[in-house]
Design a protein around this ligand. Structure first.
Ligand code: T4K
Length: 411
């Protein structure tokens, strides 16, 4: 069934929210994994079995680390089982304690990685133009207990590292960057990965380069790298000698194999994301009240998130109404990172007044919508998604009435 035209009836079927059939028979997810060359992957799995080396600093992990360090242009890369544990290890290895400043508009893992080890994440507002931590909002949160800042390069767009460096130096704070979204992106012509004391990446299945689950810490600091490497493996320096507190942050060989075949296709994956991004821009660019997150053409970007702000004063439907329209069509657009970390537990209870200083976070979180992209989404599919949004805007009054009636009936 085409949304545009139904050959039998010569009529456009109604939007699903208004009683028509969903455009997509199967769910169209945000974050459908990119799958690399299966044959190459299976060959690596066979090698792995032949070697009987499945985890703990195996040859695939070493190869992945070398390739990432080389690609990013840093001296050290430590592969980790996921991005969250990478953040935990980085914070621990830098002796962060007390309070650490983080943006409130990020995936919950940025905050949890601190809280998990008894460090209080202090939520800072974002710059609405970049969606990244606002340097101008930081200093009012600094106390005698503050030990560090974690900037997040949200959507792969770089933080204002110059301003953050200046603040960190002035207040003797350590800096980690959460670059979970920013693998393959650059800032001032330099690859993201070499800013702050260290940076972390995520290679979760939903990331454009994935190792099923996985992450990495990159740094130019040899002593820090050494400490993080020990911490990844319980603090062991030798078979029966432990020199530091540690955890199990090891990446398995099968994950590293997946990461390697994913890396082999990095250029193609970015090209797909870019084409889809451009297709969304063509399809939505002229609609009132929709503002797509853009990437600086002078920098390298991975285009892995198609994030759109739905400005309620200008768009005929608000973000949640549009989400309802899309979900009815089986397009599972996401509200990343609504409602903001400070409104999730345990932070909502521990810091009930945090929202008072987070106006931009709250506004952007209530407007943001993330659309499907990646290898599993063709330009044709993007065009269909855009057509649904255009049709929804045209029929906004009826849709709003229908949603209000449903709400009333449920109350
Ligand atoms: N810092 C930041 C800024 C982050 O965004 C993240 C993770 C981290 C740190 C921590 O890194 P990791 O510890 O995760 O390595 C997802 C991802 O789980 C998470 O990695 C990511 N950020 C976040 C932005 O998105 P969910 O809860 O939306 O994931 P999930 O598993 O529900 O997957 C999303 C959708 O993707 C599913 O509804 C369906 C589809 N999907 C997912 C998987 C796993 C598939 O089609 N196939 C799959 O195999 O958080």
């Amino acid at each position: 069934m085409s949304f545009i035209y139904n050959v039998q009836t010569r009529r456009r079927p109604a939007l699903a929210i208004l009683g028509g059939p969903p455009l997509f028979p199967e769910r169209l997810h945000v974050g459908r994994p990119n799958i690399g060359n299966r044959r190459a992957f299976l060959a690596r799995v066979n090698d792995m079995f032949d070697r009987r080396w499945l985890s703990n600093d195996g040859p695939f992990v070493k190869e992945l680390e070398a390739r990432i360090a080389n690609f990013v242009g840093v001296k050290h890369c430590i592969a980790i089982c996921n991005g969250t544990v990478a953040l935990e290890i980085a914070a621990r290895a830098l002796d962060l304690e007390g309070e650490v400043l983080v943006p409130a508009f990020t995936f919950i893992a940025t905050a949890h990685a601190l809280q998990w080890q008894g460090i209080t994440p202090v939520f800072v507002d974002i710059d609405p133009r970049t969606h990244n931590i606002a340097p101008a909002a930081i200093e009012r949160h600094i106390t005698a207990r503050t030990t560090g800042i974690i900037g997040v390069h949200l959507w792969g767009r770089p933080c204002d590292t110059v301003a953050l460096d200046a603040i960190a130096t002035r207040h003797h704070l350590k800096q980690i960057y959460d670059a979970a979204h920013a693998f393959g992106c650059s800032h001032d012509g330099r690859m993201i990965g070499s800013f702050g004391a260290c940076e972390i990446f995520s290679f979760h299945a939903t990331k454009f380069v994935n190792s099923f689950e996985g992450g990495a810490i990159v740094t130019n600091d040899a002593a820090l790298a050494h400490r993080m490497r020990l911490m990844r493996n319980f603090g062991f320096v030798d078979y029966d000698r432990v020199e530091d507190v540690g955890t199990n942050g090891k990446m398995t060989e099968i994950c590293a194999a997946m990461g390697l075949i994913s890396l082999d296709e990095l250029g193609d994956l970015i090209a797909i994301n870019r084409l889809n991004h451009e297709a969304y821009r063509r399809g939505l660019g002229d609609l009132p009240g929709l503002s797509m997150v853009r990437f600086d053409p002078a920098e390298r970007s991975n285009y892995q998130y198609v994030a759109v702000e739905v400005i309620p004063e200008a768009a005929p439907l608000d973000r949640d109404e549009l989400i309802a329209v899309l979900h009815a069509e089986n397009i599972l657009a996401r509200r990343y990172f609504w409602p903001g970390c400070h409104r999730m537990q345990p932070y909502r209870s521990l810091q009930p007044k945090a929202g008072e200083l987070l106006q931009e976070t709250e506004r952007v979180a209530s407007q943001i919508l993330v659309l499907p992209t990646g290898q599993a989404v063709s330009e044709r599919t993007v065009a269909k998604v855009c057509n649904i949004i255009r049709a929804a805007f045209r029929d906004a009054a009826r849709i709003r009435a229908r949603l209000n009636a449903t709400k009333l009936a449920a109350s």
